[in-house]
Design a protein around this ligand. Structure first.
Ligand code: XUL
Ligand code: CO
Length: 450
């Protein structure tokens, strides 16, 4: 299917069908050789008492899937989407939304996510942008009602426009902070109107390029004030969902304030935002921060803040955010072990913040990418569930810590031993035995169940 081939866009009941020749993607199992079918993702299949659909709550990212035309710093866009042709901004936005809901319905994802500017181009003024969003959210409401597709989260793009080059909520100029506030208000209104279950803040420009011209303390204080204002406004409008902060260490800023999960958790604690905010973690952001995604998920889970996931992968030979579709089964299995043991995500879902490659120019590549992504998550979930239920993994992990369940270890765990007690016990017990961490044995268990 060629994206450039306008002839293939059929008119169905006066409406265009963009992904012609592709019907609803069904589960056909691993023996099927139909590339337009799921081999592992069977939305109804129960894993640990919960359907795959409910475990993952898959969402499609509006910005990559329907807006990402393949341009990069070295070259022009390579993808000419048939929904991107009308010269009128609203008509073009409606065409894009028709294509979006057609795709989301055919792939069978229950959710989508968007930035304000993905849905419709920004207008010349804040008021014009608001008017455009009102029209488009009316249109989206209709589409949601007809399809049953829901909004997992909305967000505002506070990083692309030149006005945000020195930051949005952390800009040294109050007028820019106020403009960002206006934009977030519009994005919150849109999210609330569409029944959005969550709202995301990703601060690509909330950081600095040089510390020499940056009052970091002031900027971070302002960031917290901004988030409080946004949260108070949304609550006053009846928003009951969760706010997510999405950590990323750098790119586009040299240093971003929401560096990683641990940094964001400390920030939320310091500024009294723990009750309303959780984390939206992304694979390629984790690896840019020098962590694995499993590490980031565990850090968030420890604090009860594992909210949502942006699914993708980095290229492990490159040092930037490549946002490729996930396909690494071992990496995913490690993540699903954390996911299952944490009891899943708190309010969020798995959003494919991933883009097909610049040279994947056919419309059907979008299907292959998402089918692969959903399948690899499903397969990893099944494996992780088997590891937890059938193998000795849980028991072996527990065994490493049994010294804290009895005697002095148990007393220590309850906070009943001071440093002098530890010294006395160590003197009495002498040099501790060398005890293996058995890492290779643990690794083999994963491989056994793959
Ligand atoms: C950028 C990124 C964003 C956020 C939403 O790296 O991940 O798309 O997910 O603004
Ligand atoms: Co993201």
């Amino acid at each position: 299917m060629k994206s450039l081939d306008k002839q293939r866009i059929k008119l169905v009941k006066g409406k265009k069908e963009y992904f012609k020749g592709i019907g609803k993607i069904k589960f056909e199992g691993r023996k099927s050789d139909n590339p337009f079918s799921f081999k592992w993702y069977n939305e109804k299949q129960k894993v640990g008492g919960k359907s795959m659909k409910d475990h993952f709550r898959f969402a499609i990212a509006y910005w990559h899937t329907f807006c990402g035309t393949g341009g990069d710093p070295f070259g022009a866009p390579t993808k000419k989407f048939p929904w991107d042709e009308n010269t009128n901004a609203i008509e073009r936005a409606k065409d894009k939304m028709d294509a979006a809901f057609e795709f989301i319905t055919k792939i069978g994802a229950p959710y989508y996510c968007f930035h304000d500017v993905d849905m419709v181009d920004e207008g010349a003024t804040l008021a014009e942008t608001e008017r455009r969003l009102e029209i488009m959210t009316d249109y989206a409401l209709e589409k949601q009602k007809k399809s049953g597709v829901k909004l997992l989260w909305g967000t505002a793009n506070l990083f692309s426009h030149p006005r945000y080059m020195n930051g949005a909520a952390t800009n040294p100029d109050f007028n820019v902070v106020a403009y960002a506030g206006g934009q977030v208000k519009n994005a919150l209104d849109a999210t609330i109107k569409l029944g959005g279950e969550n709202y995301v803040f990703w601060g690509g420009r909330e950081g600095y390029l040089s510390l020499l011209n940056t009052n970091m303390k002031k900027e971070i204080d302002n960031f917290a004030r901004f988030l409080h204002a946004a949260k108070d406004y949304a609550r006053s409008q009846g928003f009951k969902g969760t706010f997510f902060i999405e950590p990323k260490p750098c790119e586009p800023s040299k240093h971003q304030y929401d560096y990683d999960a641990a940094t964001v958790i400390a920030f939320l604690r310091e500024y009294d935002l723990m009750n309303d905010f959780k984390l939206n973690l992304e694979f390629n952001h984790a690896t840019l921060a020098g962590h694995t995604m499993a590490h980031e998920m565990q850090v968030a889970a420890n604090a009860g803040l594992l909210g949502s996931v942006d699914a993708n992968r980095g290229d492990y030979q490159n040092g930037w955010d490549t946002d490729q579709f996930p396909n690494d089964l071992y990496e995913l299995t490690e993540c699903m072990l954390v996911f299952l043991q944490a009891g899943g995500l708190k309010g969020g879902g798995i959003n494919f913040d991933a883009k097909t490659r610049r040279n994947s120019t056919d419309l059907d590549d979008i299907f292959h990418a998402h089918i692969g992504g959903m399948d690899v998550f499903a397969r990893a979930l099944l494996i992780a569930n088997d590891v937890l239920k059938e193998s000795k993994y849980v028991e072996l992990m527990k065994t490493r810590y049994t010294s804290f369940s009895r005697g002095n270890g148990a007393k220590f765990a309850k906070g009943k031993l001071g440093l002098e007690d530890l010294s006395r016990i160590a003197t009495k017990n002498g040099e501790p035995e060398v005890r293996s961490g058995k890492q290779e044995m643990f690794e083999n268990i994963i491989n056994q169940y793959i």
